[in-house]
Design a protein around this ligand. Structure first.
Ligand SMILES: Nc1nc2c(c(=O)[nH]1)N[C@H]1C(S)=C(S)[C@@H](COP(=O)(O)O)O[C@H]1N2
Ligand SMILES: [Mo]
Length: 461
């Protein structure tokens, strides 16, 4: 979007460069070192730095991207942490792993509103994807800072640059692991999910430091800058911002290849495009087909069972035989055991609820489920007020073949051992003979092909 390398670099050695001209050593950092460093830049560094000539770069443009990210990234961080709370290590699945002292204080994830997890997870993934162009544009706007020489003039500046390293490395790492998580890469040995969680803390800490350091400068750049002019000035009339102490403005700017409004429109347009290719994952019907970036959330055919399947029965190793007439769900509470077949379950009071499945990979769908209330099953086995329920699938291996439900998740009147969906029997891929459906529960805990439910009281441990 700029004019980088549009004009030959010339002979930078005979021009004043950013390196060493306006900078003063700060007290506390040995003056001699600084002078030595300033006098001996790595060969070619100035020439490289001088190649970033876009006249668009400057405090105002950087501040515009900064303020957009400042307004939106906290939402990505908060929804991410909330998702982690809803889908935490205490729920008995292989993922996420325990994170030691970075564990968050636990609280019961509510069952209301039923769309809560759908909202937090959808926002986290969709907004995270939509912001990628803004993040890249912000990095582009500060690229010349990479070539600052000497690299640091004071202890404070060493710390600042270190925090920048964590900030930039952190956000790129979060983007990479987040995108890989959505594609199920965490199944391939390396635990991207836990990495994403640790990365989130590193990035958040660096972000807080960065905002604390740069907020005043961002605000003054926004105030001094030309918002009106930026939006009305065509490319030919685009001029650099006045030279700034941070050296964002090119010392030898080239002509503009795009206006500021063009650059903003490009970044905004890319964000909108990514958003348009992503939101479909949270919508039903034909809209889901627009979720091109998220093959996981695609629509698999029509009919009452025509909504996304994360793991098919074939992939889970569950065959028609396991789910045939010999199938029983075993209910346990302490010493008491009750085994029910599908006919016995269908003979119990049936309850219907319209509830979402919201996958931690970002897609969601709302369907109408019918089945037996979990609270009725608990009562049947004499565990009227369980502290939790441990659900096991027929699926023998697999990261998600079991899950623990909290008390409120068992006792909500819409919490079901579902036998049907949209007026039909569950398909084998959707968990026939029976699956868990609970309001606001992460999809990953909605265990399919349920074989056993163990209701626990506090004293069971
Ligand atoms: N036994 C079992 N149940 C499971 C899974 C699994 O892999 N095994 N996947 C879970 C995940 S990650 C999601 S998002 C939902 C998806 O349900 P669906 O395939 O019916 O849409 O099922 C959950 N139940
Ligand atoms: Mo999922």
């Amino acid at each position: 979007m700029g004019t980088d390398s549009a004009t030959p670099a010339g002979n930078p050695s005979d021009r004043p460069t950013r390196a060493g001209t306006t900078q003063r050593p700060a007290p506390g950092f040995p003056r001699r070192w600084w002078r030595f460093l300033a006098a001996h830049p790595p060969p070619g560094l100035a020439r490289i730095a001088d190649r970033w000539r876009s006249p668009l770069r400057g405090p105002w443009l950087t501040a515009v991207f900064g303020v957009v990210l400042l307004a939106t990234l906290p939402l990505v961080i908060i929804t991410g942490l909330l998702d982690y709370l809803a889908y935490g290590p205490q729920f008995g699945q292989a993922l996420p792993r325990d994170v030691g002292w970075l564990r968050l204080p636990q609280f019961d994830w509510p069952t209301r509103p039923a769309w809560l997890f759908r909202l937090t997870q959808g926002l986290h993934v969709t907004l995270g994807i939509v912001l990628i162009p803004v993040v890249l544009a912000k990095l582009w706007s500060v690229i010349p800072k990479l070539f600052d020489w000497p690299p640091a003039r004071s202890v404070a500046q060493v710390l600042e640059r270190l925090s920048l390293l964590l900030l930039v490395g952190g956000i790129l790492f979060q983007i990479a692991t987040g995108l890989l998580d959505i594609q199920y890469a965490y199944l391939f040995g390396f635990d991207f999910y836990t990495a994403h969680y640790f990365g989130a803390w590193v990035f958040t800490a660096a972000l807080v430091a960065h905002v604390a350091l740069k907020l005043p400068r961002m605000l003054s750049a926004l105030r001094s800058g030309p918002p009106r002019a930026a939006l009305t000035t065509p490319r030919a009339a685009t001029r650099p911002e006045p030279p700034d102490p941070d050296g964002l403005v090119a010392s030898h700017p080239g002509p503009a290849t795009v206006s500021r409004r063009g650059a903003l429109a490009l970044v905004g347009g890319l964000s909108l495009l990514l958003g348009a290719l992503t939101v479909g994952q949270s919508l039903d019907g034909v809209w889901r087909r627009t979720a091109l970036l998220l093959p996981r959330g695609r629509q698999p055919g029509e009919g009452p069972n025509g909504f996304p399947v994360n793991r098919t029965a074939a992939a889970a190793g569950v065959g028609a035989a396991d789910a045939g007439p010999g199938w029983r769900v075993t209910l346990r509470a302490g010493e008491r055991v009750v085994a029910l077949d599908r006919a016995a379950l269908l003979a119990m009071a049936q309850h219907t609820a319209r509830l979402p499945i919201a996958c931690v990979e970002g897609w969601s769908t709302v369907q109408t489920w019918t089945g037996v209330r979990l609270s009725d099953l608990a009562a049947l086995v004499g565990a009227g007020t369980p502290a939790s329920a441990h659900v096991r699938s027929l699926e023998k291996s697999g990261l998600f073949n079991q899950a623990t439900l909290q008390a409120n998740q068992v006792l909500d009147p819409d919490s079901l051992l579902a036998l049907g969906v949209n007026g039909a029997d569950l398909s084998l891929d959707h968990g026939y003979p029976a699956r868990i459906i609970v309001p606001a529960l992460p999809g990953v805990h909605c265990t399919k092909w349920v074989g056993e439910i163990e209701f626990r009281t506090r004293t069971d441990g």
